[in-house]
Ligand binder design. Structure first.
Ligand code: NAD
Ligand code: MN
Length: 361
């Protein structure tokens, strides 16, 4: 029997509700199989830790998670701590520290979910957004001087490197190649941003030659929002810079029914470090502590975590349980127009997992 070592980092807000729910699902799964077990270690990093220690996570925190097999993360963000401190002090510190350069965000309309697009059939919307996760607009390079004076100035410098663009393009083309439609859309803004985004386009063209069986096209980021709404079926795999993909994937999640459903993986494709899986939503201050958070985004992230570990049978069983639960409107949380609680949805998914049979490894 294999043992997987999992770090859980609930963080803040509803992260503290959905990550334990995700752990419950993994525990239910482990009870139902002889193939593997999990060893969890929980880390209480986040805004409460910040209030006690002045930092979101300890300086040597990365060393405590570096040798895990995967990380399950909740959210960083607190009503009383500025967002740039919580985000940079925890989530970005882990993503960049462990060089999880590919952020992968699958989106589709799950059974039983009513998306907002009237003319969109569920099968029309089946996307994976690949977000460059290590540089670009979120490089963290910049500065602020003369604070409070009329001559105050501030910069956030977006940096793209050839190495960074090559590796994310190669990852995206490879992912597109592995999907049935072998279709990639490269999002750009090279009409207005005439240096780095032009290099981005050129490198896309270069890398495309390594993947002659992948059809690909280019779309300006602003036009791509309209295309997502009006012609969703023309998209499959999508690659974009850090900021562009951040925005497009929230739109994608909303078009698929709710921010509460969407999962993501922060992946180190070279597997030098553990990858980190999390729902794409944040701390959801308006509903935190009330048991109203939709845990499906976390459960789908658990599916991605299992796939990353190579446990495809287990991943499929969790996905089937999720889809059975979304098909049942009495198990919809408030974001989906229902009245179910986090605990009810979690119990239902765990019960379904307990009823299915694991195949031998
Ligand atoms: P948010 O995702 O927290 O909430 C946006 C809206 O969606 C809210 O109305 C919320 O109630 C709803 N929502 C989100 N997830 C839900 C779920 N699972 N179930 C039901 N409803 C859900 O985004 P925000 O309000 O812009 O940000 C709040 C805080 O979270 C900020 O501090 C922000 O910086 C942080 N944040 C963190 C991450 C992260 O750590 N990955 C991501 C996004 C936002
Ligand atoms: Mn975001």
């Amino acid at each position: 029997m294999k043992t997987y070592r999992i770090a859980t980092i609930p963080g803040d807000g509803i992260g503290k509700e959905v990550v334990p729910a995700g752990q419950q699902v993994l525990e239910a799964l482990a009870r139902s199989t002889q193939n593997f077990e999990f060893q969890f270690e929980n880390f209480d990093w986040g805004a409460d830790y910040y209030r006690q220690h002045g930092v979101m996570m300890p300086a040597d925190g990365l060393d405590a998670i570096r040798d895990k097999d995967a990380i399950l993360f909740g959210s960083a963000g607190d009503p009383d701590v500025p967002d740039h401190i919580t985000l940079w002090g925890l989530r970005l510190k882990i993503c960049q520290g462990l060089d999880q350069y590919a952020n992968v965000r699958p989106t589709r309309i799950l059974p039983g979910i009513d998306g907002p697009l009237k003319r969109c059939k569920p099968e029309d919307l089946n996307w994976v957004i690949v977000r460059e996760n290590s540089e670009g607009e979120y490089s963290g390079v910049g500065g602020r001087v003369h604070q409070g004076h009329p001559i105050e100035a501030a910069t956030d410098v977006s940096i793209l490197t050839r190495a960074g663009v090559e590796r994310i393009m190669r990852f995206a083309f490879k992912l597109a190649q592995s999907r049935p439609r072998k279709l990639l859309t490269v999002i750009t803004k090279s009409n207005a941003q005439r240096h780095a985004m032009v290099m981005w386009d050129e490198i896309a063209l270069e890398i495309s030659k390594e993947f002659p069986d992948v059809k690909w096209d280019k779309e300006l980021v602003d036009a791509s929002t309209a295309r997502m709404v009006n012609r969703p079926a023309t998209l499959d795999t999508i690659v974009a810079t850090n900021l562009h993909a951040d925005i497009l994937s929230d739109l994608a999640a909303a078009l698929a029914g709710s921010l509460g459903i969407a999962p993501t993986g922060n992946i180190d494709p070279e597997r030098r470090y553990p990858s980190m899986f999390e729902p794409i939503h944040g701390s959801a201050f308006d509903i935190m502590g009330k048991g109203l958070a939709n845990p499906v985004g976390t459960f789908w992230s658990v599916v991605m975590l299992l796939e990353h570990l190579g446990e495809f049978d287990a991943a499929k069983r969790v996905m089937q349980a999720i889809e059975a639960v979304t098909s049942d409107k009495s198990l919809h949380t408030r974001d989906l127009g229902g009245a179910a609680t986090t605990a009810q949805v979690t119990d239902a998914v765990c019960a379904l997992i307990g009823k299915t049979v694991a195949h031998a490894a």
